[in-house]
Ligand binder design. Structure first.
Ligand code: KG4
Ligand code: ZN
Length: 337
């Protein structure tokens, strides 16, 4: 039997992406980022939709040509239905619907956060594939969750952030340090050269498996404000130590809860997904858990931040289990799990 070929389309935030998947192998994964948001210190939804509209046709045609696949060879078109920015999602959704109508191909709606998790099943995503059931720490710019995954189509959210997401905490802290958006990767970079114990910030005390980052944000803000009063150059001269201490605090919050989840569920196969899973300290601390008997799967960098390869992979699972959308489907900024 011939391998299924899926065209995946992602446009939930500020990356326009298209990918072609054959079986579980990625043939192409094209991502057009949007530098325009750097000027504003965060994603400007109106500008994001406009850029998606400009990028989507060239991104999809490059994905097909790089994969060496004709549109008629594609078995289904998978697209991100939500969650995300409505204007951004609408561009990808409308494009996918039009393409499906024009080519008479099945249309498969994908949940962006579930796709981050299912990225692990792409052939070259990680050295070790997770085995069911497993726990996923899903950490991105908009979400921070612990998810129990029983099979590709059955997932349950065990814990959620009650305020900011982990990526948001990184980005807001970076903004306080006058770093451009998105600040997460820059904090990671400068942290490599700093002392993680240099500054202590407050730790949240939140019940169960839920997360909170707003107290930490305030604590970082006050520390910087007080120190800048004493020394105007404080942020510049202590940048590396500040980044290392901030990163250490955020990663400790994440690790504490995932440790608790492993204890409570008895499931010791743990994976990470979402943009913040690119963070080197989180990857290091999680990998170290293998010495304590955990089975850990860490995805390749290119499958951590937003990409259409994961949409195609999730789309394949859904397509093969018969999930289809018709032309009445619409983008959903808040798509339920
Ligand atoms: O999953 P993603 O690409 O987009 C969303 O769906 O939100 O995640 C983006 C987030 C941003 O907040 C970015 O700062 C963060 O992931 N991020 C990182 C790193 N790389 C990306 N945060 C910390 N360390 C990194 N290396
Ligand atoms: Zn994402």
């Amino acid at each position: 039997m011939k391998d299924t070929i899926i065209l995946g389309i992602e446009s939930s935030c500020d990356d326009t992406s298209a990918a072609v998947l054959r079986g579980s192998e990625i043939l192409s994964n094209i991502i057009a980022g949007q530098a325009v948001h750097e000027l504003f210190g965060g994603v400007v939804p109106e500008l994001a939709s406009r850029a998606h509209q400009e990028n989507i046709v060239p991104v999809v045609s490059t994905a097909l040509s790089e994969a060496g696949i004709q549109l008629e060879d594609v078995d289904a078109i998978a697209f991100t239905q939500g969650p995300g920015l409505l204007g951004s999602l609408t561009i990808g959704t409308s494009f996918a619907k039009a393409l499906a109508l024009a080519t008479n191909k099945p249309l498969v709606p994908v949940h962006h956060m579930k796709a981050h998790i299912l990225a692990h099943f792409i052939d070259d995503a990680s050295e070790m594939k997770p085995s069911f059931p497993f726990l996923c720490l899903t950490v991105s710019g908009g979400h921070t969750q612990i998810v129990r995954v029983d099979n590709p189509l059955q997932m349950e959210v065990l814990g959620n952030t009650i305020d900011d997401a982990a990526g948001e905490a990184f980005d807001k802290a970076a903004k306080m340090l006058d770093l451009p958006y998105p600040g997460g990767p820059l904090i990671d970079k400068y942290a490599q050269l700093g002392n993680a114990q240099a500054f202590q910030f407050s730790k949240p005390r939140i019940e169960g498996l839920n997360f909170s980052f707003s107290g930490l944000k305030t604590s970082i803000l006050y520390t910087i404000r007080d120190q800048v009063k004493l020394d105007e150059q404080f942020k510049e001269t202590h940048l590396n130590d500040l980044c290392a201490s901030i990163q250490n605090s955020i990663v400790s919050i994440l690790m504490d809860k995932i440790e608790k989840a492993v204890k409570e569920t008895g499931i010791n196969c743990v994976v990470i997904a979402g943009g913040v899973s690119a963070n080197s300290e989180l990857r290091k601390r999680l990998s170290a858990k293998m010495e304590h008997g955990w089975k850990v799967s860490i995805p390749k960098f290119s499958y951590c931040t937003d990409n259409a390869a994961m949409i195609a992979m999730a789309g394949k699972f859904l397509f093969e289990s018969g999930v289809r959308a018709d032309q009445s489907v619409s983008a959903q900024a808040r798509l339920a799990w």
